[in-house]
Design a binder for this molecule. Sequence first.
Ligand code: DGL
Length: 291
Amino acid sequence: MSWPSTGCCVVGRASSLTDHGSIAVFDSGVGGLTVWREIVCLAPHEDTLYLADQAHVPYGSRSLAEVREFSKSIARFLLDHGAKIIVVACNTASAAALYALRSSFPQVPFVGMEPAVKPAVERTSSGVVAVIATKATFQGELFASLLERYAHDVEVLTQVCPGLVEAVEAGGLDTPETEALLRSCLTPLLDAGVDQLVLGCTHYPFLRPTIEGIVGANVSVIDPAPAVARQTRSVLARREEEGCRDSLGQHLFLTSADGTCFGKMIDRLLPSSGGMREVREVHWRGGDLEA
Ligand code: DGL
């Protein structure tokens, strides 16, 4: 793989991608960067390959079957370009496709996301917890099985927040419009006595300061990204010998939409992550992704 010798973020077409093992991470857009940054923090020497399917964002209002097809094509593409592990850094894609991905690619380690219902149920004192996520996430079998396993004697409220993913994608992290959207989602949960709020969409941690300002100090906000990063590191550790590389990893960011806009968003959302970064575009053609 050739990396630019100057600048941090450059934009180009993905003509030559990594051909050795990278941690691959994907999402419908920038949300998975909240997981990516935790992974890089724990494993700074690993190369990473991040794919944002911004041609199809948001996933949350699409059918599970459609998101499953996107996810399978993305996984195939990432494997063709050097992924040694794939982190589905998207609750919606995990709900739609995690089981299908594991059965379509049985040799590949996949790490998925699920709303952190278990820790919320363990920590609640009020007996009322809430999950905010996309409509599709709540429709998946994964969420139903979480409720079945953990939601005993505790009320688990679910709340879809239309427009929030689009707001984050547009860079509206702290605008009055985004705050108003958040207030309308969160106020009914506060009125119901929630004391644990699970961020069930990887876009939402970018809104955490505003969310915490609205819910106040008596409500704990739970983001599963650090746990997913720990899981990624332990899956990798089980599969490979500890390396002795001491240089920082190289990071390739791919988008199925506009690379220049994506590069600017990365600079804004991840101002200080280490290692060399490059941004490139990929394109959907007839149901497949092409570099
Ligand atoms: N960040 C995603 C999730 O965790 C996808 C949101 C969307 O595209 O609707 O669900």
